[in-house]
Design a protein around this ligand. Structure first.
Ligand code: SAM
Length: 349
């Protein structure tokens, strides 16, 4: 995630904007910022976990509606079959796992806004640290931002004899829904698409005047596997997936990555009005041994879409816990982040 400040600053700098686009929307920070300032927005992400969380950023429902739906599902017959194996026995207490599987199974079939919000709440409470006081997460001790790999996690719990404790799912849902939704600003409309940015953009009809986005950082390849447990909740297999289909970060080399980004900037230009702004936050892992500024500039140039670069600046040193690389857990400290601002001056071919 990038911090909310980045899209908020861009929105403040472009008060003329009427609709905002984020072609790599992740968890929907740009969409939420747009909602805060009263604008509709469109987000695209190829990762189902990201798209589900982002979708919830656009929804208007009360915490009461979310809790009622959860209560109704859990009050019915238990559904689905719990995955088997050590990981599942260690990760969730038996009754909690039955509730979790029932919610997963029921929500797979539901498409209402309330169901979408409950799904996002579930993704948020699925795993995280164990508190001393009231539980906030359903799992045994785990990081919140990514799910540990099963073998590592089982070893961690077994070595400490850390048995999973009963967590009443409904109570955790209720607390989380209240916290998220009690003070939510009015929804402003918009939509999140699950899919590839270029393909999706080419199928859209709306026009945008502000694009605020952050593509995958160069060298960071764990967006999919880190979210394997949340992907399972959305209907994926109960294991760490191997591939990461369609992820732009999966390009074989730097040139291909630059080209893939260029295609996104070109597709975005085709959906923008003349004079539109494009604001990109980008970085590269130190291990990738590359200059993110040069890469990003090359991608905008390669797009040949009429984007004129107005400014490139260091993103500053964001608060440590907010940094994307830190969020995803594995990066060193020296990640360099830059912001690039461009204006659409020529109409794209
Ligand atoms: C740096 S993250 C975006 C984070 C976002 N700014 C936030 O606040 O959560 C980049 C996102 O790009 C998505 N992505 C990668 N390849 C994509 C593609 N071909 N089409 C659409 N999204 C893609 C990844 O799934 C990931 O969620």
């Amino acid at each position: 995630m990038f911090p909310l400040d980045f899209p908020l600053q861009q929105l403040a700098a472009h008060p003329e904007a009427t609709r905002v686009l984020d072609p790599f929307c992740g968890r929907g920070t740009t969409l939420y910022a747009a909602r805060l300032v009263g604008l509709p927005s469109v987000g695209i992400d190829i990762n189902p976990v990201a798209a589900s969380i982002a979708q919830a950023k656009l929804i208007q429902v009360t915490p009461g509606a979310v809790v009622r739906l959860a209560r109704q599902i859990l009050g019915g017959a238990m559904q689905g079959k719990a995955p088997e194996g050590d990981f599942w026995q260690w990760c969730f207490e038996r009754e909690t796992l039955r509730e979790l599987v029932t919610l997963r199974e029921s929500l797979l079939e539901m498409t209402t806004p309330t169901a979408a919000m409950l799904r996002a709440v579930m993704l948020g409470i699925l795993h995280g640290p164990r508190n001393k006081n009231l539980p906030s997460y359903l799992s045994n001790q785990m990081p919140r931002t990514y799910a540990s790999k099963p073998a590592y996690a089982v070893k961690f719990w077994a070595q400490r004899d850390m048995q999973p404790v009963r967590v009443p799912t409904l109570e955790v849902i209720e607390r989380r829904a209240k916290r998220l939704l009690d003070a939510a600003p009015l929804a402003q409309g918009g939509k999140v698409y699950l899919g590839d940015s270029v393909e999706t953009l080419d199928g859209l009809r709306q026009k945008f005047d502000l694009v605020v986005t952050s593509p995958p950082y160069y060298g960071m390849r764990t967006y999919v596997s880190d979210q394997w447990l949340r992907s399972w909740f959305l209907g994926g297999p109960p294991e760490v997936p191997y591939g990461s289909h369609g992820q732009i970060a999966r390009q074989p080399n730097q040139e291909a990555f630059i080209q893939a980004l260029a295609e996104v900037w070109a597709a975005a230009a085709r959906r923008c009005n003349q004079g539109a702004r494009l604001a990109i936050r980008f970085g590269a892992l130190p291990s990738a041994r590359t200059d993110p500024e040069q890469m990003l500039l090359a991608s905008v140039r390669e797009s040949k879409a009429g984007w004129a670069v107005k400014e490139v600046r260091q993103a500053g040193t964001p608060v440590k816990r907010k940094r994307q690389a830190e969020q995803f857990g594995k990066a060193g400290n020296a990640i360099e982040e830059i912001d690039l601002i461009a204006e659409l001056i020529g109409l794209p071919r």
